[in-house]
Design a protein around this ligand. Structure first.
Ligand SMILES: [Zn+2]
Length: 262
């Protein structure tokens, strides 16, 4: 697990699997962990890492309800978890789904964990809106399209955008809910990227603003072609054309065909 300090109040850690990121943000005597690394040893290291960096842990936030971003309670049992209202609704509608996906992943990879995942008290945060941290506030922006739920988090005093599963330099867009919704989220993220020093995508990163802007343009181009049926394997963005990305692309095509009906 790699840890990078992008601002005196912001540390990004990157998991060894899928380059999944988690971000710790501090204000005064409080610090939130946004999303989570995945492997048991990475989660186990987090409390000591925060303590050494003098980030006094106070709560968890998740950008969206995909299981690989929800594991913070394995590092900080008993902590409250803040999520967008849309994510709280998704978790309520599918109780146990995150736990089942985690169990599948662990069984495939022969992993054991000291305790099962319990999401505990999930607090629904209004989005768009603000979330207090110490003497400051995080800005919460809606970010649906990849999934039905989610939010991007803007850290104003650090000029850092934590955007969940968008703007990834390692993974093509996977519009599981809607291509138009995904494009609308990219349009909302664009002015934030323009103001950002750093952008932290859910997989791969952190990225400097110019690199994030390049990913945004590539993703918009890819989605435009996908929506207009002009998409082939060669339409994949440069640097994201390996076998796994082609598999994700095939899933995107299959989803469109299923939506169009027989
Ligand atoms: Zn993810």
């Amino acid at each position: 697990m790699r840890a990078t300090s992008v601002h005196e109040d912001v540390i990004v850690v990157e998991s060894r699997v899928w380059r999944t990121t988690a971000t710790v943000v501090r204000s005064g005597s409080e610090a939130f962990l946004i999303d989570s690394p995945v492997f048991p040893d990475e989660l186990e290291l987090l409390p000591a890492l925060l303590e050494q960096a003098n980030f006094p842990f106070s709560g968890l936030i998740a950008t969206h309800g995909d299981w690989d971003h929800l594991l913070g309670r394995l590092a900080f049992p008993g902590a409250a978890l803040g999520v967008a209202e849309t994510t709280a609704a998704r978790l309520r509608a599918h109780p146990g789904a995150a736990q089942r996906s985690l169990r599948d992943f662990d069984e495939r990879n022969y992993l054991t964990r000291p305790a099962p995942l319990a999401l505990g008290s999930v607090e629904a945060l209004p989005v768009p809106g603000y979330c207090g941290l110490g003497e400051r506030e995080l800005e919460l922006h809606p970010a649906a399209g990849h999934t039905v739920d989610g939010m991007a988090i803007w850290i104003p005093w650090a000029a850092v955008l934590v955007c969940g599963d968008y703007l990834s330099p390692v993974e093509i867009p996977t519009p599981e809910t809607s291509i138009d919704g995904y494009l609308a989220t990219l349009a909302r993220l664009e002015p934030l990227v323009d103001r950002a020093d750093w952008v932290v995508p859910g997989h791969g990163g952190p990225l400097e603003a110019n690199a994030a802007r390049a990913v945004l343009h590539e993703d918009r181009d890819y989605l435009d072609r996908l929506r207009d049926g002009r998409s082939s394997g060669s339409a994949l963005p440069p640097g994201r054309r390996d076998a796994e990305q082609r598999r994700l692309h095939d899933c995107n095509l299959a989803r469109i065909r299923a939506a169009d009906g027989p």
